[in-house]
Design a protein around this ligand. Structure first.
Ligand SMILES: Nc1nc2c(ncn2[C@@H]2O[C@H](COP(=O)(O)OP(=O)(O)OP(=O)(O)O)[C@@H](O)[C@H]2O)c(=O)[nH]1
Ligand SMILES: [Mg+2]
Ligand SMILES: [Zn+2]
Length: 296
């Protein structure tokens, strides 16, 4: 039997549903050898498999991954929509920068979506200021007052996940992006009399040239796997400028003749983001110390 290549689009009850390069969906199973190697096929994995029909395929190998998320269990993620509410909960630039750092670390493109624009009572000037700064860094910022296509047009080529704090509006946006899924969830809930999506599986849905994960991602993040010395690379305006710092490995903290510190408050470095950098740097160092202590 020949090997076919494809991508896992859905995982459920021990089955992996693979879209083959021939554009046919195959139901497959993992092989025992994955378990022996402690490999776990994930939605998003590029795989090779053998199959005589569309129901009884066997996965034979997993190709290397670009990145891996734990919640939802999904890999090879290209974009993440960071859902931030303008109000209720209050817009939090510190939280936004946390998400961006984590995404830069995972090589996932951040796209910022600001929900609840309709609930802003006074003026939107503050949000507009943040918007123009992040846009200038190269991060798209879409407001909930814009058309949905302004968002979806950014999500082509690769898997998209949604993330954001509780109450930000992730489920609301997901239901708008995936109306069929919303319908299905509602039907299941009606039938079972429960308010929750009850099927336990991970799936990416293809809509309008986008591949969107059906479950929202992490809401609390603590810089797992990030070294304090790497952090500067995830503030992209710093890395663009750091060539002109006196020291090649300048951390932009205590070093003399640091371009980043020189440019604070100018249009090129937002002081608030620099403060988040210092705060995150300390947080990572403190955690490391605690970890070392507990190791004895
Ligand atoms: N007015 C207004 N309300 C919104 C908007 N987006 C979401 N909401 C409301 O905000 C509340 C929280 O939205 P959800 O979509 O449940 O938030 P979530 O991010 O999924 O929250 P968790 O599931 O707890 O993580 C709900 O009552 C929504 O109806 C918006 O753009 N405008
Ligand atoms: Mg939700
Ligand atoms: Zn510097």
């Amino acid at each position: 039997m020949d090997n076919i290549r494809g991508q896992i689009r859905k995982a459920m009850s021990g089955f992996y549903y693979v879209l083959g390069e021939d554009n046919i969906l195959y139901q497959t199973r993992g092989r025992g050898n994955f378990r022996a190697k402690k490999q776990m096929p994930l939605v998003g994995d590029y795989v090779e498999f053998e199959s005589e029909n569309t129901k009884e395929g066997v996965l034979t190998s997993l190709l290397p991954r670009v990145n891996t998320l734990i919640r939802p269990a999904i890999c090879n993620v290209a974009h993440a929509v960071i859902v931030m509410s303008a109000v209720n909960p209050q817009f939090s630039p510190a939280l936004l920068d946390r998400f961006i750092v984590m995404l830069e670390h995972l090589s996932i493109q951040p796209i910022i979506y600001i929900s609840k624009m309709d609930l802003i009572e006074h003026d939107t000037a503050e949000i507009e200021q943040y918007r123009s700064y992040y846009q200038q860094l190269g991060y798209p910022v879409i407001l909930s007052s814009q058309q949905l296509s302004d968002l979806t047009s950014l999500l082509t080529n690769g898997i998209t996940v949604l993330m954001g704090q509780s109450g930000a509006g992730k489920s609301t946006l997901l239901n708008t992006l995936l109306p069929d899924l919303a319908l299905k969830t509602a039907e299941i809930s009606d039938y079972l009399g429960r308010g929750k999506h009850t099927t336990r599986h991970v799936e990416v849905y293809a809509v309008d040239n986008c591949l969107i994960a059906d479950t929202p991602g992490f809401s609390a993040i603590d810089f797992i796997g990030i070294e304090a010395s790497q952090l500067k690379d995830y503030f992209i305006e710093f890395s663009k400028m750091s060539n002109s710092c006196k020291f090649r490995e300048c951390l932009h903290i205590d070093e003399p003749q640091c371009t980043i510190k020189k440019n604070l408050s100018s249009h090129s470095v937002m002081t608030e983001r620099y403060q988040h950098y210092l705060q995150f740097y300390k947080e990572i160092q403190t955690k490391k110390k605690q970890y070392k202590k507990s190791e004895g």
